[in-house]
Design a protein around this ligand. Structure first.
Ligand SMILES: [Zn+2]
Length: 264
């Protein structure tokens, strides 16, 4: 099957759903990426890996490296400009004409003949406005294609005892959990590609642990997915994407009582 991952910045593909992408690729899916920006407004590393004006070009190289590590089949940019993070770490969406953004994503879904799309969650994971914008636009793009078979998923879905509660989409209950340990080396290798982001990747976990953690130590082996479209009416879910993942033995069901309650 063909799968398209739509995301706001380089590194989102790895940190939010890199295990799912690598597992799908390992199961024979053609997995394409569509990045809205080059992440030129983000961090450059500690110490900086490059000059500020070089960041977009450097992160483009980092993403090319990660795409290869995850076993993806291709990558395209929408060429939006990622605004620089503001004072107090304030985050901004990129500037885009809504109708054009939706059309661009829809056109790319068609171009790669995607049967499933994976993107950011309803809450933009940690509330990032660019992630929320990509979620909404990707959903609108999928709806505009009026294809009842086309699947829309997001990652970092909510379930009890999620190991990184600051990264969950609280409004997206998990339809299944994914044990990415069979491809964890690939996910770690992809994270290692994003050198400018290493300080960011480990900062929060290191503060919590009271010692500096390495990048491999903070890469999650478990991921969780929510299907937005078509709406899930019963669990366990069956569709071409989850069944392909199921055939790798990596799919686990969350507590059914909790899940039915959240989905009703
Ligand atoms: Zn991002």
């Amino acid at each position: 099957m063909n799968v398209l991952a739509v995301f706001a910045h380089p590194d989102d593909e790895t940190m939010l759903f890199g295990g799912a992408l690598a597992l799908l690729a390992a199961q024979g899916a053609a997995v394409y990426g569509l990045s809205a920006t080059r992440g030129e407004g983000g961090e450059a590393g500690e110490p900086p890996v490059c000059e500020r004006h070089e960041l977009g070009a450097v992160r483009q190289e980092e993403l090319a490296c990660a795409v290869q590590a995850l076993g993806m089949a291709g990558l395209t940019y929408l060429d939006y400009v990622d605004p620089t993070v503001g004072p107090g770490d304030e985050l901004y969406p990129f500037q885009a004409e809504w109708d054009i953004l939706v059309q661009q994503i829809a056109a790319h879904i068609r171009k790669v003949a995607a049967q499933a799309v994976i993107t950011h969650g309803s809450n933009g994971e940690y509330g990032h406005p660019a992630h929320q914008l990509v979620h909404r636009a990707t959903r609108a793009a999928v709806e505009s294609l009026q294809d009842a078979q086309l699947l829309l998923y997001s990652a970092q879905a909510n379930y009890p005892d999620h190991p990184k509660p600051h990264l969950i989409n609280k409004d997206d209950p998990a339809h299944f959990l994914l044990d990415a340990s069979p491809v964890l080396e690939r996910k770690v290798a992809a994270a290692m590609c994003h050198r400018t982001q290493h300080a960011l990747f480990v900062r929060r976990a290191s503060q919590r642990a009271g010692r500096p953690l390495s990048v491999p130590e903070v890469i999650a082996a478990w991921e969780s997915l929510h299907r937005h479209l078509p709406p899930a009416t019963s669990v366990p879910l069956h569709d071409p994407l989850v069944d392909l993942l199921r055939s790798s033995g990596s799919v686990h069901e969350p507590d059914p009582a909790w899940q039915l309650d959240k989905n009703s």
